[in-house]
Design a protein around this ligand. Structure first.
Ligand code: HEM
Length: 488
């Protein structure tokens, strides 16, 4: 053994250990796990792609096309509805199977926790509703959900949304009747969001929140390097400034609450969380400001995107637009004749409009998937998801699958007449299970109100524009449209 030095022996041993580990893992993956009842669970088939980068380039490249699900489609045809891959530095099981995704979302036994890219986890903070798990998550989720779904909030917010939408639409007349729908809807929905979360109205405080929030979210998808001058650093600084503003609001509200002994219904999310934090085992007080800011993340871009894409799909489909105008005009006339105010049920009971919203959410795939990490080996429908692996439950693959929806790339609101319930496991724009979006009903209400007043006020014609799907869904040119008042 003279030819082999001591260092050489160590290196050889290390390589042998690695080879054995890879071999054992591979064998385990191939054989899977045999249960006592004879059922076998295997790690889904797939490819790891290139060393280190895996299949990341293909994944991102497909995001820039008009068919971002092509990455999933190709692998689904090769390996089946659940496959493994390696993207963004992680070993991932991708589910395009509605039954498997349902189990992942329901998360009985708490086997899965959210798993975001590092830049997002750094920006969110440890106590964010988007990251916490277990009993505290359940409590926070329930509190927000109950409040956002309450009749009392819906009655009040319907009037507020109407006011904001009407004001915004009337300002379009001054803009030579040419507007960018994406920008306009963002302005509308931000006002609603800060009202629901912390009762802030238009003014300097709202402008400051908007400015800092835009700076904060720029870092959600960036290199996770926190050094002066980097994107992440700037976003974290913006979050500090945001926290200062929200902390002040929470403090003032707490003092007012202590001074006023009479118990009135909560006005906004801060009220809901503050009241709970006063109870023993309630939400910790220092959770509140951070969570208010973090709740703005899922709400800020999604609703205006839904509004913008609904407008895009409608102007591209004149028959559907004509139907929308007819249905909404009928309601408008009824309201004018009876001199009654609109209620939230008026908007929500317009069947064709609701079908347009369903179809928009299905085609737009605003949140195209959710990411989870398995805390233990999980067995679902013959598949083994090994402990520590990430799981991507792809909603867009399910929404764009022709076994679930005939002619899936067609905008066809009429298809929803035949689909029994929009709440089944092939339609999950708002996720499902433990983390089902608490803003679901509020979002639908906002989009309904916006569409109603838009199509009953203006005739629309849009210029050519394209949908971009990566990193988030938006219009390439912000959807420029020309509006002409209907009474002209
Ligand atoms: C069209 C609009 C919207 C869409 C498509 C949407 C979609 C989603 C999805 C898919 C999830 C699940 C995430 C996961 O499972 O990890 C989610 C969660 C969430 N959404 Fe929404 N959302 C929308 C609007 C809103 C609004 C307006 C708000 C706030 C007022 C909001 C607040 C939240 C919160 C707080 C969560 C986290 C729930 C939890 O983890 O317990 N969303 N949303």
């Amino acid at each position: 053994m003279e030819w082999l030095s001591l260092e050489g022996c160590w290196a050889l041993m290390a390589i042998s250990v690695c080879v054995v580990c890879v071999w054992v893992t591979k064998k385990r993956e191939e054989k899977g796990v045999l249960e006592s009842d004879g059922e076998r669970f295997v790690v889904p088939r797939g490819s790891w792609g290139w060393p280190l980068i895996g299949e990341t380039f293909e994944f991102i490249a497909s995001g820039y096309t008009s068919t971002p699900v092509s990455f999933m489609e190709k692998r689904k045809s090769l390996y089946g509805g659940v496959f493994r891959t390696h993207i963004l530095g992680k070993a991932i099981v991708v589910s395009t199977d509605p039954d498997v995704s349902k189990v992942i979302l329901q998360n009985h036994g708490n086997a899965f926790v959210p798993c975001y890219p590092k830049s997002i986890t750094e920006l969110l903070g440890k106590s964010s509703i988007l990251q916490i798990n277990g009993a505290l998550h359940k409590r926070l989720h329930a509190l927000i959900g109950v409040f956002l779904k309450s009749t009392q909030l819906k009655n009040r917010i319907t009037r507020d949304v109407e006011k904001i939408v009407r004001l915004s639409l009337s300002s379009w007349m001054d803009k030579s009747c040419q507007v960018y729908v994406q920008d306009e809807t963002k302005k509308i929905t931000f006002q609603i969001l800060v009202r629901v979360l912390m009762s802030i109205g238009p003014g300097d405080e709202m402008e400051c929140l908007k400015r800092e929030f835009e700076e904060f979210i720029k870092g959600l998808i960036c290199l996770p390097v926190n050094l002066p001058g980097t994107r992440l650093y700037k976003s974290l600084k913006a979050k500090e400034r945001l926290l200062k503003v929200v902390d002040k609001i929470v403090e003032a509200r707490k003092t007012a609450m202590e001074e006023n002994e009479e118990k009135v219904p909560p006005n906004d999310t801060i009220d809901v969380l503050l009241r709970d934090s006063e109870e023993s085992d309630g939400i910790p007080l220092d959770f509140i400001s951070g969570n208010i800011i973090e709740m703005m993340i899922p709400g800020e871009e999604t609703v205006p995107t839904a509004m913008t894409l609904a407008v895009k799909f409608l102007v591209d489909n004149p028959v559907a637009l004509a139907h929308m105008v007819e249905e909404n005009m009928e309601l408008k006339k009824r309201k004018i004749n009876s001199s009654e105010d609109y209620s939230w049920t008026d908007y929500m009971s317009l069947p064709f409009t609701q079908n347009v919203i369903n179809e928009t959410l299905r085609l737009a795939n605003i949140i195209n998937a959710v990411w989870r990490k398995a805390l233990k080996d999980v067995k679902i429908k013959g598949y083994l998801i090994p402990k520590g692996w990430c799981v991507l439950a792809s909603f867009s693959s399910i929404h764009m699958d022709e076994t679930n929806y005939e002619n899936p790339y067609k905008f066809d609101p009429w298809r929803w007449k035949k689909i029994a319930s929009a709440a089944n496991n092939i339609f999950t724009p708002f996720g499902g299970g433990q983390r089902l979006c608490p803003g679901l009903e509020l979002s639908r209400l906002e989009v309904s109100i916006f569409l109603h007043h838009l199509v009953t006020t203006y005739r629309l014609s849009a210029e050519r524009d394209e949908i971009i799907y990566f990193p988030t869904v938006k219009m390439k040119r912000k959807l420029p449209i020309t509006v002409t008042p209907l009474d002209q």
